[in-house]
Ligand binder design. Structure first.
Ligand SMILES: Cc1cc2nc3c(=O)[nH]c(=O)nc-3n(C[C@H](O)[C@H](O)[C@H](O)COP(=O)(O)OP(=O)(O)OC[C@H]3O[C@@H](n4cnc5c(N)ncnc54)[C@H](O)[C@@H]3O)c2cc1C
Length: 299
């Protein structure tokens, strides 16, 4: 399967040219196709199958964690059935619901509701399902279980609200395809759509949050000088031993989560980091706190 990235706007053409000129990908991974970009190695991922493959033989126990406490240097979890477990290390990785844990509840996370629509059968003989994925702002792609999938909508949603699909979002997805591929779009009718809505977890700078959970009291004391513009050398940040977070993956979690997770796994295991220090800094959970201090006016 392949991926075609279309130039939907004039500025996309310049961006595509820049991407080609960067030559950041190996030979044959990115090609010009008129004004569009073509990725012969890329394709569509079946998310549940991808997660199963990543999990491999790792033992999994599913439970809703309602409480997390540090006791004698270990992390104690309590689940919704009243079971307790004790761990040397815990990674909070539950999207927007991370805010339910007091240790990270101050992070500036937000929700973005998204809906995709799946059409299980090829839309129509005269307009068959595409054989490669095409992204043009929205996207249309062959679905892993057959037919096509189109999407996705993007709208703010209040924290605490459950996601729900809507006819309106289905119409929006169909209209986007019709504007770009009129024949194929005409064969997609709302009655045949199987919608699915979910919530993306976003951050103010649109980058994920991945790393050790800061010791917030230490940060507030040690970096208070930033509010007064003091540039004296500051101590290194301190974190809550054994507690990590990976969230804020926004619209690209399937792409960015594995590397962010490898970064945290390396830190827990004391192995060399798989990314440069600048990447870890850009994703650090304390970055918003530090930025707020720098912006704050002295009292
Ligand atoms: C419509 C739509 C289309 C998208 N398309 C793409 C795409 O094309 N490519 C791409 O890369 N990304 C895409 N994304 C984004 C991608 O789905 C997310 O970035 C990714 O799922 C985030 O992974 P996550 O594990 O952080 O959160 P989630 O996938 O939200 O998983 C969080 C998990 O935590 C569990 N959980 C919550 N609270 C608790 C608790 N207290 N205890 C235990 N478990 C808990 C939840 O049940 C859930 O299973 C899309 C998202 C949407 C909504």
């Amino acid at each position: 399967m392949r991926l075609r990235l279309c130039a939907a706007y004039d500025h996309d053409k310049a961006r595509h040219e820049k991407r080609l000129a960067m030559a950041a990908l190996p030979d044959g991974w990115i090609e010009a196709a008129g004004e569009d970009l073509h990725f012969p190695q890329a394709g569509v991922v079946d998310p549940p199958a991808f997660v199963r493959a990543l999990l491999g033989a790792t033992p999994l126990r599913q439970a809703k964690i309602i409480r997390l406490d540090n006791q004698n240097g270990k992390w104690r979890t309590e689940d919704a059935d009243g079971n307790h477990d004790v761990f040397d290390a815990v990674i909070i990785a539950n999207g927007l619901d991370a805010l339910s844990f007091t240790q990270v509840s101050a992070l500036p996370l937000a929700g973005a509701l998204g809906q995709i629509d799946w059409f299980p059968e090829a839309p129509a003989p005269e307009a068959p399902a595409p054989t490669s994925a095409t992204a043009f702002g929205p996207y249309i792609a062959p679905a892993p279980q057959g037919g096509v999938v189109i999407g996705a909508t993007y709208a703010p949603i209040e924290i605490g609200r459950s996601p729900a699909f809507s006819q309106e979002a289905t119409q929006t997805n169909i209209a986007a395809v019709r504007a770009k591929f009129p024949e194929l779009g005409a064969a997609l009718t709302p009655e045949r759509a199987r919608p699915r809505a979910s919530i993306r977890c976003t951050t103010p700078d649109r980058s994920p949050i991945a790393g050790p959970v800061p010791d917030w009291t230490f940060y507030a004391d040690a970096y208070d000088g930033l509010r007064h513009g003091l540039t004296t050398p500051y101590k290194d940040g301190q974190s809550q031993d054994g507690l990590y977070i990976l969230t804020g993956l926004g619209s690209r979690g399937l792409v960015s989560a594995p590397l962010a997770a490898a970064m945290i796994a390396a830190e827990i295991a004391g192995a060399p980091a798989p990314v440069e220090a600048g990447v870890a800094e850009a994703l650090h959970p304390a970055r918003f706190f530090i930025r707020e201090l720098k912006k704050a006016k002295p009292q």
